[in-house]
Design a binder for this molecule. Structure first.
Ligand SMILES: *[C@@H]1O[C@H](CO)[C@@H](O)[C@H](O)[C@H]1NC(C)=O
Ligand SMILES: *[C@@H]1O[C@H](CO)[C@@H](O)[C@H](O)[C@H]1NC(C)=O
Ligand SMILES: *[C@@H]1O[C@H](CO)[C@@H](O)[C@H](O)[C@H]1NC(C)=O
Length: 138
């Protein structure tokens, strides 16, 4: 199949990944906004990008481009709630590139962005981190 056809298919289908049970972070207590520079947040977002790339059949790697909302809730662990954009980079998947060095696609037919909602639950003292919810759409 030609790359363009694949891209079109990907754009039409809502991209969806739900890992584990669908608990999300719907626990009592209110989430607090956190800084975009928070290291825990950055790790969570990067792991989500790896997961996105692992699941997608796109020829290129995607990476986070914008973080719209970043919240953390502490209840029986740490829950990160993030709304973000994930955009196509110029790095081809098969090249095994270092994502941090990949530039975003310039304006043109290959430029594409998904808007995603991510919820990750971590239990640090058990070294557990689980993507509870990760929904992306074009
Ligand atoms: C990629 O996904 C497969 C199955 O979907 C999984 O077995 C594998 O561990 C994943 N790899 C990474 C790096 O997440
Ligand atoms: C939290 O962040 C969101 C989006 O970034 C913003 O709309 C909201 O006003 C912020 N809430 C507080 C309490 O700062
Ligand atoms: C985030 O992605 C959505 C969906 O593609 C797009 O409409 C929006 O403009 C993007 N936001 C930014 C700040 O790039």
């Amino acid at each position: 199949m030609r790359v363009q056809t694949l891209l079109l298919l990907l754009a039409i289908l809502e991209w969806r990944l739900t890992a584990g049970n669908h608990h999300g972070c719907s626990m009592p207590g209110s989430p607090c906004n956190i800084s975009r520079d928070d290291r825990g947040l950055q790790q969570v977002v990067l792991n989500a990008a790896y997961s996105f790339n692992n699941q997608s059949n796109d020829a290129f790697l995607f990476k986070p481009s914008v973080i719209h909302r970043a919240q953390r809730q502490i209840v029986k662990g740490i829950c990160y709630i993030v709304d973000l954009n994930i955009s196509r980079t110029v790095c081809r998947k098969r090249d095994n590139s270092d994502l941090s060095r990949c530039e975003f696609q310039p304006a043109g037919r290959l430029r594409q962005t998904f808007r995603c909602h991510l919820e990750v639950w971590q239990i640090p003292w058990k070294h557990q981190s689980r993507i509870e919810e990760f929904l992306c759409k074009p």
